[in-house]
Design a protein around this ligand. Structure first.
Ligand code: ATP
Ligand code: MG
Length: 420
């Protein structure tokens, strides 16, 4: 018999991790909503050209990481490698520029990239992201950066660092590209990737992991920013300062997607090893137009849930994760099984306020009854489940209109009135 395993780079999520993801989802949704970002759920696959056009031909994602396939009618589709392109597609398709007074959206879901799997890098992973469309002002950049860092802080991640840079606009970036090409051409032992990208996408060389040490005194974008881009960048920084948000300028931060203009940022954490970027984003003033819409200057971020949880775990996020307290329904006499079953259902729906009347407040989880186990094995099961209370249906008590509630911690038992 073949033994099946989850495909390389994917994994099953269960136990503590499933609970942690749920908590992450709750906390981040709360934050998105406070900032008035509205949820958009887009399909998991899209026309491959949507990604090629937006992310860029000579990026890692498009060159080697996309899952591309043809459907039965020969349509060329790709599993989404990121969320922004789809969101922009939806924005154009549904004319959100006319229906939404403020273009603030968030998404969350699985992304797919064919990468070499390692800690914090998978082939299927989850991202949550926010996009602020149609606002060219620096306050949109600042709000996006603040929202991202507030989520990370709300998860208890203390050691985050915001790396900030500006990539300028299409006019001033040309000068920077030129300077970079001249600079890199003077280095003769560039790695294969860098040599290939030098003409097409010289900015990408700045974050080459292999050649990084060879790049001393590299020209910076700051020297090349036009006055509008410079002012924009300064204002973003002033706004961040006014919100007491610490950041550092990182001249080598270029990001792996071609659509960014002006502000780019990454939020890194020292607690997760080499895949330390928890969250990344930036401004994309031309993307909507490039995908067939109007000129809609925009800015957004995406955070990687798995990496964020790795960092959050180091900061105690997984302590005390639970769904609630288990109440176990046990049957001492199987004659009463149907009564016990009906009771468990009443408790579940809190019919006639029965849960409150019996003192089961807060989040309770109900397990049982079982009709194929001795009382002893029911108690054993209750213990293994970590039940806080067990409700026991016994013949003598039930005939007197009562049931027994046992506190599994103190082992105390008390009889309470129960009329079915
Ligand atoms: P990296 O430089 O680590 O490859 P990236 O620039 O490709 O990241 P983005 O496309 O900006 O990443 O995605 C935003 C976030 O999504 C990253 O900061 C990271 O937390 C997460 N992420 C990206 N790729 C993966 C992956 N393969 N597995 C898990 N998380 C990922
Ligand atoms: Mg990557």
């Amino acid at each position: 018999m073949a033994v099946y395993k989850a495909p390389r780079g994917t994994h099953d999520i269960f136990g503590q991790l499933a609970l942690a993801l749920e908590k992450l989802d709750m906390i981040s949704r709360k934050m998105f909503k406070k900032h008035n970002f509205k949820e958009v759920k887009t399909p998991i696959f899209e026309d491959v050209n949507l990604f090629t056009r937006s992310i860029g031909e000579s990026t890692d994602i498009v060159e080697k990481e996309m899952y591309v396939f043809e459907d039965r009618k020969g349509r060329k589709l790709a599993l989404r490698p990121e969320g922004t392109a789809s969101l922009v597609r939806a924005y154009i398709e549904h004319n959100f520029n006319q229906t939404e007074p403020v273009g603030k959206f968030f998404y969350s879901g699985e992304m797919f990239r064919y990468e070499r799997p390692q800690a914090g890098r998978y082939r299927q992973f989850s991202q949550m992201g926010a996009e602020y469309l149609g606002n060219p002002s620096p306050n949109a950049d600042a709000e996006i950066i603040l929202a991202a860092s507030e989520i990370l802080k709300a998860l208890g991640i203390k050691d985050i660092k915001i790396h900030l840079n500006s990539l300028g606009c299409s006019s001033c970036r040309a000068g920077f590209r030129q300077k970079l090409v001249e600079y890199f051409s003077s280095i003769d032992d560039l790695c294969e990737d860098c040599r290939r990208r030098l003409e097409k996408n010289p900015l990408r060389l700045l974050d080459c992991k292999i050649d990084a040490a060879k790049f001393q005194n590299v020209p910076t974008m700051q020297e090349c920013l036009c006055s509008d881009c410079k002012t924009h960048f300064e204002q973003v920084q002033n706004l961040l300062k006014s919100a007491e948000c610490e950041y550092e300028i990182n001249h080598k931060l270029v990001r792996g997607l071609d659509y960014y203009t002006r502000t780019v940022f990454e939020i890194r954490s020292a607690s997760v090893g080499s895949q330390d970027a928890l969250c990344a984003g930036g401004r994309y003033d031309n993307l909507v137009e490039e995908l067939g819409g109007m000129k809609v200057p925009s800015v957004g971020f995406a955070l990687g849930c798995e990496r964020v949880l790795m960092a959050a775990e180091k900061n105690g996020f997984f302590n005390g994760l639970n769904d609630g307290e288990i109440v176990f329904i046990a049957v001492a006499d199987q004659e009463l099984f149907y009564h016990a079953f009906a009771f468990s259902n009443k408790l579940l729906t809190n019919k006639d306020n029965i849960a409150d009347a019996l003192g089961f407040n807060g989040n309770i989880i109900i397990e049982g009854p079982f009709n194929d186990k001795s009382l002893k094995s029911q108690f054993k099961l209750a213990d293994r489940l970590g039940a806080k209370k067990t409700v026991i249906f016994g013949k003598n008590e039930f005939d007197n209109g009562k049931i027994v509630i046992k506190d599994m911690v103190t082992k105390e038992q008390k009889e309470v009135l129960y009329k079915n």
